[in-house]
Design a protein around this ligand. Structure first.
Ligand code: NDP
Ligand code: GDR
Length: 356
């Protein structure tokens, strides 16, 4: 079968990765079914440019209301869409929020993955349907080995990571127990101009743009000493797709192999709007950054510290490079630049920001 007549089902279609993945799959000729949650206001902004009027003949992007906590709904959507490939991207994906909503996070992120796998089994689609699970470098948690690769032991450090650990292992189990083509992509942090505004990179690039344009006074951040392996989301969704094109299902790390301090990302973002920062504090819980003019723009606020932190993530993508032919292109430095430029543009265009 060529990709031209394949059908994919994507959960989390309204999120960052969902948007880039749908774009890729449509380009490849797939018919794509997406699961979106009901919301009191529009939540399809990231895929608006891909929207297809359901009244036209044979639309190739079809959206269904659904939720990872609702088994019957998921079974019905899988039955209706008859997918060749399922990409399970839906999740309560914010690590810090998972400390406040641990039970919901487990329900959506852990049991949600099980519900989809069971839907495949209940409908007798084990032979037909391939499955991608959005696993995460958060599984590595407390550092056991650097760089982290497929064989590195897991040590989750949050309710989010513990939920994703269940999802990881249930995927492995269904692969072994029922011969399903089910793969885990253990993806290190990936960002883009579409990144959610409360994740640290986007929070920083938006603030740098807003401060530059005189629309924000100060940025409050948490642990500036954390280190992350940041890649570009557009490149990572290609890796997801490649995993499902292999004859055999397996688990793969996608990462850049480069790690950066949050502190460094802050400096890059402000450099990109022409503000040079000087570090004034002695430690993470003291003060923050001031600009050359002496105006203090960034302050550390302990409210953003996590009860247990993941201090260092650095991935080794060698297996994906060798077996999938996947590699990243964008460096963290270029990623910061692209995100800042995009936020500057968005703010200059947005009437709310313009009038503020
Ligand atoms: P986002 O937070 O941008 O998107 C998450 C998506 O899941 C949104 O579409 C959201 O809907 C949806 N969702 C949340 N809860 C439910 C639910 N109960 N039922 C149905 N849909 C739900 O995440 P990303 O796109 O960044 O990440 C995609 C996946 O990859 C997630 O599973 C994440 O945990 C995982 N991951 C992400 C990494 C990253 O660096 N981005 C790295 C490793 C793994 P809504 O828009 O309505 O909120
Ligand atoms: P992470 O991403 O927890 O790695 O999870 P996030 O951007 O939230 O945090 C990265 C690091 O920055 C530190 N930090 C702050 N984080 C946020 N959100 N806000 C702040 O103000 C702030 N200040 C410092 C954090 O403590 C952390 O160390 C992301 C998500 O996409 C997960 O779904 C995914 O699984 C992992 O990446 C890989």
């Amino acid at each position: 079968m060529t990709t031209k007549n394949k059908t994919a089902l994507v959960t989390g279609v309204t999120g960052q990765d969902g948007a880039y993945l749908v774009e890729l799959l449509l380009e490849k000729g797939y018919t794509v079914h997406g699961v979106k949650r009901r919301s009191s206001s529009f939540n399809t902004g990231r895929i608006e440019h891909l929207y297809q009027d359901p009244h036209v003949d044979d639309p190739r992007l079809i959206l269904h209301y659904g939720d990872m906590t609702d088994s019957t709904n998921l079974i019905r959507i899988v039955q209706e869409s008859q997918p060749d490939e399922i990409y399970n991207l839906a999740a309560q994906s914010h690590v810090q929020v998972s400390f406040e909503t641990p039970e919901y996070t487990a329900n959506a992120d852990a049991v949600g993955a099980l519900r989809l796998l069971e839907a495949i089994r209940i409908l007798g689609m084990e032979e037909k349907t391939r499955f991608y699970q959005a696993s995460t470098s958060e599984l590595y948690g407390l550092v056991q080995e650097v760089p982290q690769k497929e064989t590195t032991p897991f040590y989750p450090r949050s309710p989010y990571a513990a939920a994703k650990l269940y999802a990881y292992w249930i995927v492995v189990n269904y692969r072994e127990a029922y011969g399903m083509h089910a793969s885990n992509g253990i993806l290190f942090n990936h960002e883009s101009p579409l990144r959610g505004e409360t994740f640290v990179t986007r929070k920083i690039t938006r603030a740098a743009a807003a401060i530059k344009l005189g629309r924000q006074e100060k940025l409050y951040l948490g642990n500036l000493d954390a280190q992350r392996d940041w890649g570009h989301a557009r490149e990572y969704v290609r890796g997801m797709w490649l995993m499902l094109q292999q004859d055999k299902a397996d688990d793969y790390v996608l990462a850049t192999g480069e790690t950066t301090h949050v502190r460094q990302f802050v400096e890059w973002a402000f450099e990109d709007v022409g503000i040079k920062l000087e570090w004034k504090g002695k430690g993470v819980d003291e003060k923050g950054y001031c600009s050359e003019t002496g105006k203090c723009l960034i302050e550390v606020d302990p409210r953003y510290f996590r009860p247990t932190e993941v201090e260092l993530l650095l991935g080794d993508p060698a297996k994906a490079q060798t077996q999938l032919g996947w590699s990243h292109e964008t460096s963290p430095r270029d990623l910061a630049r692209e995100m800042v430029q995009s936020d500057l543009k968005v703010m200059q265009r947005d009437p709310v920001w313009k009038d503020a």
